[in-house]
Design a protein around this ligand. Sequence first.
Ligand code: ZN
Ligand code: ZN
Length: 173
Amino acid sequence: MQTLNEQVPAPTDVGNALIGIRGGSELDLDLRFESVHEGILVSGTATAQIAGDCGRCLEAIEYDFEADIQELFYYEESEEFEDDDDVDQYWVVDDLIDIDPVLRSAVVTALPFQPVCKDDCLGLCSECGISLNDDPEHQHEILDPRWAALAQLSDTAASDAANNKTSFMREEK
Ligand SMILES: [Zn+2]
Ligand SMILES: [Zn+2]
């Protein structure tokens, strides 16, 4: 068995459009390599700096993520692997293993599809784009013409009611 404790530059393009590993940032590897019958078992953690944008308010998000890694790299002559196209198969090639794809899948599957800066992020105003987190009371006068027509109707109704009341009172005299 061998261990590896090393900091390496993180690969680029790990993640989705909104969030992923900050390319070139420090990647902290803490791994064990064990020789087993079929190949080499790699286990341990990789800690990466995650950077992205909140999907609601576009505020920057940053945090460290510790990915658990456990993967068997098969010797090329080994016949003992699951013959299944859906399962990613990793190989020891020329006495080397490439943990890049293992790291990618460990991190990418753990990333949120809809990253948010905080669970109750209020997002942006759909009218003017300001962040509602800065001003939760923020709202706009309703300018939709359909609502304006309704407002006019209710004005008319109110003044009709007022007129009726006056005429009713006149009759009473
Ligand atoms: Zn947010
Ligand atoms: Zn607004």
